[in-house]
Design a protein around this ligand. Sequence first.
Ligand code: SF4
Length: 287
Amino acid sequence: MTLDLFSDLENENNKERKDKIGKTDIKYIKSASILTEAKGFMEAYDFTLNPYSGCSFGCNYCYAAFFARSSDEREHWGDWLKVKENALQLLIKWRKKPLIDKTIYISSVTDPYQPIEKELELTRNILKELLDYHKPRLVIQTRSPLVTRDIDLLKRFEVAQVNMTVTTDSEEVRKAFEPFCPSNISRIKAIKEVTNAGIQTCITMTPLLPIQNASKFTQELLDSGVKKFIVQPFHPDKGKFVASTREIALEQMKKMNWSNEKYTQVVEIFKRELPWLGEGKQGFAPI
Ligand code: SF4
């Protein structure tokens, strides 16, 4: 690999350099690494891969905010996004040690299909690199219909699963917790398209937010054609220094009168009706 090629790749990544999308400030950074040895909740994987740092979607419950570098970034979670503009170059260095059969989770503390991904194609280029030079076992976790753009690549992996997060059946609830995320309907439509393309899929209801009509919601989930589901409540509050659900979301839950009992009742319906339901950490185990 020559320096010229690195610089060509960088120019390719830099072809669109917006510094703001909606309310989110965008910065372009050089990251020290692109693959992180998986630990904690993701310890069953070999690596996690985050092409971005921060997240434009800014869900108010997001525990990833706890991993932000400063209290300012934590408080303004959703208002900033860092593009790891050298992500592809860092991954290219792994060609010397191909990631054969390694399990990789994309992504653990951001969404790989940020709105700016449409122009930058950073995640897409990473997928191409993994496809051409490695044979990993991939799980892609997103809540963006943009994942359908990459169906052509995802189909070619021997082992790949797309997880689509769908947290509620109510747009009112979604807007209260995830006002900057794509609608639930668009996510279900997108994962149906991925499923129909013959790619392994899963719907992750993580966290499960208040549900209006559990039976109707279950039917909508089944109509997507997806066969695998994961459910999980909010991360429990483990205190100030451990990643957990943000206070604003816990208060919102109380206001909506959502309780552990209601969560359990809905999960019981899922257990009866859905073909495969994983719960919590075990549900996320690699394929
Ligand atoms: S999309 Fe995921 S990473 Fe982004 S704010 Fe929401 S929960 Fe956090």
